[in-house]
Design a protein around this ligand. Structure first.
Ligand code: SAH
Length: 249
């Protein structure tokens, strides 16, 4: 079995690491103990300081161990508000961006969302966070290497209501439709019609989309609400996501 990255022995502001257990297996859940939880709580406080308010999202961000989803060399940066490489030219989004997208997706709901579709599983981090917020999560990735990595990263959580799929997310995933929410972690020129078709009436889609007329590579966050009267689109702040590509590789 692949060894998981160990959590750094010394974290900023945390108590010095105890020297008592150097031979303990690396990164056993109980071995991480309070340190990683305390660092996550600080991350959550910073997110709240940035204006993120949804208690469900903040709770989920505090619960998921982001350091388990990045390479061992990057573990020290796992709780900083920065995107990190996850291999094959892709990146795990900043915690602030993940929280923002999920807060938009939830749209102040009083409880859990129903079925949700995520486009771009990547390393599986956001899928794990989503699993706290939705009754069923379908997450699709087009790169086999990352699909396998996410499966490996998520195994220990035994999330029976998270379904990892290898495929072209531009086509959505009709078998799970209709979705209460759809969230994309990669940005294209426009929102694929398949996503809109697979969104439930009353559902919400959050995705980065390239500016129609803007500078090269410029993207903005787009929120699309599907109502009985039609779709309503809102363009929000500029963002920077990896490109949405078609096909499986
Ligand atoms: N949510 C991820 C972020 C991954 S980055 C995480 O927490 O790690 C975005 C991912 O979208 C990349 O892995 C990329 O391969 C994937 N992607 C791009 N186009 C796609 C498509 N058409 N279908 C599925 N995945 C796609």
């Amino acid at each position: 079995m692949k060894e998981r990255p160990s959590f750094p022995a010394r974290l900023p502001g945390s108590a010095p690491a105890k020297k008592a257990k150097p031979a303990a297996p690396i990164n056993q859940p109980q071995g991480l103990g309070m340190d990683s939880s305390a660092v996550r709580q600080r991350m959550v406080q910073k997110l709240a300081g940035q204006g993120l308010r949804d208690p469900f999202v903040l709770q989920a961000m505090g619960a998921v161990e982001r350091h388990r989803f990045v390479d061992s060399a990057l573990v020290n940066q796992a709780y900083e508000d920065t995107s990190l490489p996850i291999g094959l030219g892709q990146t795990i989004s900043k915690p602030g961006v993940v929280a923002r997208m999920l807060e938009l997706l939830r749209n102040g709901a009083s409880g859990q969302l129903g079925r949700v579709l995520e486009i771009g599983t990547g390393c599986g981090y956001q899928a794990a966070v989503l699993s706290h917020l939705a009754s069923e999560v379908y997450s699709i990735e087009r790169l086999r290497g990352l699909h396998d990595k996410a499966r490996e990263n998520l195994r220990y959580l035994r999330l029976t209501r998270l379904h990892l799929l290898l495929g072209d997310g531009m086509l959505g995933y009709p078998a799970g439709a209709p979705y209460a929410g759809i969230v994309a972690a990669a940005g294209g020129e426009a929102i694929p019609q398949a996503w809109i078709d697979q969104l439930a009436v009353g559902g919400r889609l959050v995705a980065p989309v390239s500016h129609a007329s803007g500078a090269v590579g410029g993207q903005a966050l787009m929120v699309l609400d599907k109502t009985a009267q039609g779709v309503r689109q809102t363009v929000l702040e500029a963002v920077h996501f990896v490109p949405l590509k078609s096909g499986v590789a």
